[in-house]
Write a protein that binds this ligand. Structure first.
Ligand code: SF4
Length: 365
């Protein structure tokens, strides 16, 4: 054991009983619900996840339904959460669970960890919360809380540091309430021992035991190596509109099956910042309008987006990335079936042919 955390256990459980937020996956901690919520919570705050969770469960109420879902439907349900490979991995895991375990997640920490997309954190959460198995569930939040309590300046991005902390938690975990204990650490990290800015130490149930607080070093912990600068990429994006049988259609492009946003439908785009003149050479017969610029930040890349609306009188062979194929869709089809990554949010609102400014001026008149 690198540090004896056993003293914090009763204080955290007592605090959790009184302060746990009421959440559907806590009220009804079925293994499938815990799994879905934990994957969603890896990228989004609890408040935002609630709506996505309810919508997902309404459409895919169990693991069999998840295993059998069409990919487009799955991606549509995940739209807005990002990291689409996470839901694809969930489906791969669901298929295995149907084949190997009759459609129910196994009550076994090691077996859970073997499923695609389920690492030690998610396996520990499912095992402890849904099955009452005393296994740790250590993510960035829990690492931050515990490293502050012990005033440790270890680099928390190192796998060895995480493994040691998992072992420390395993040693002190109350065998009768493992799920509550893991959730008390998660909840403290989410609501009190905050990641950005000052933690709310005066509301913390373990302040009297927290070494970082007593040494005044809570803002210096957790320690992580400096992030590498993101690569900057400029792209010119096209909202291409065409009339087909008196119906407005929007042209979308399918991204390659590997790499960033793999296999997703996107607004057609090309590398670099094209001027209106260069675009008019590509689309000689089109009506071209400059739209507001945008940007999107991925973990390693930042996109600067230069956006244009292109109105075509008739469908043409498109001079933009067509290697994977482009296809036009009605707005209704996009709304109901197609998931477009949030990287294109700056342009999406211009797809319906009515800008916000036009809507406002219509309301006024
Ligand atoms: S006292 Fe402050 S730094 Fe320490 S665990 Fe509590 S909130 Fe975090």
């Amino acid at each position: 054991m690198t540090y004896d955390y056993s003293e914090i256990v009763p204080y955290l459980l007592h605090w959790y009983e009184r302060n746990a937020r009421i959440l559907r996956w806590r009220e009804e901690p079925k293994p499938y619900y815990v799994w879905v919520s934990e994957i969603m919570l890896q990228q989004t705050r609890v408040e935002a996840v609630k709506g996505y969770f309810d919508r997902f469960l309404a459409e895919l109420p169990d693991i069999k339904a998840l295993a059998e879902a069409e990919e487009e439907k799955l991606l549509k349900l995940w739209e807005g959460l990002g990291y689409y490979n996470r839901v694809r991995n969930m489906q791969k895991a669901a298929k295995l669970v149907v084949e190997q375990y009759g459609g129910e997640l196994p009550a076994d920490y090691e077996a859970l960890k073997k499923l695609p997309g389920i690492g030690s954190y998610t396996a520990g959460a499912i095992a402890s919360i849904a099955f009452g198995i005393p296994e740790p569930s250590v993510d960035g939040n829990v690492l931050r809380v515990l490293k502050r309590i012990s005033a440790s300046f270890d680099d928390i991005t190192k796998e060895k540091v995480k493994k040691e902390l998992e072992e420390d938690v395993r040693q002190i975990m109350p065998k009768n309430r493992p799920g509550d204990f893991n959730q008390s650490l998660m909840e403290l990290g989410a609501t009190v021992c905050l990641p950005n800015g000052k933690p709310l130490c005066d509301q913390c149930p373990v302040m009297h035991l927290c070494k970082a607080f007593h040494q005044g070093v809570e803002l210096q912990i957790p320690v992580k190596p400096p992030k590498k600068a993101r690569k900057l990429e400029e792209r010119t994006v096209f909202v291409i509109k065409q009339e087909c049988n008196d119906t407005l259609e929007i042209v979308l492009h399918k991204r390659p099956d590997t790499g960033l946003l793999s296999g997703m439908w996107e607004l057609p785009n090309v590398e670099g910042h094209l001027t209106e003149r260069e675009i008019s050479v590509r689309f000689p017969e089109a009506e071209i309008r400059r739209l507001p610029d945008g940007k999107h930040i991925f973990s390693h890349v930042e996109w600067r987006l230069w956006c244009y609306e292109i109105k075509l009188a008739e469908a043409i062979a498109l001079p933009v990335n067509t290697e994977q194929g482009t296809k036009s869709f009605t707005l209704q089809e996009i709304k109901e079936q197609i998931s477009i990554p949030s990287a294109f949010d700056c342009c999406k609102k211009y797809m319906d042919g009515t800008t916000e400014e036009q809507k406002k001026s219509r309301k006024k008149s």
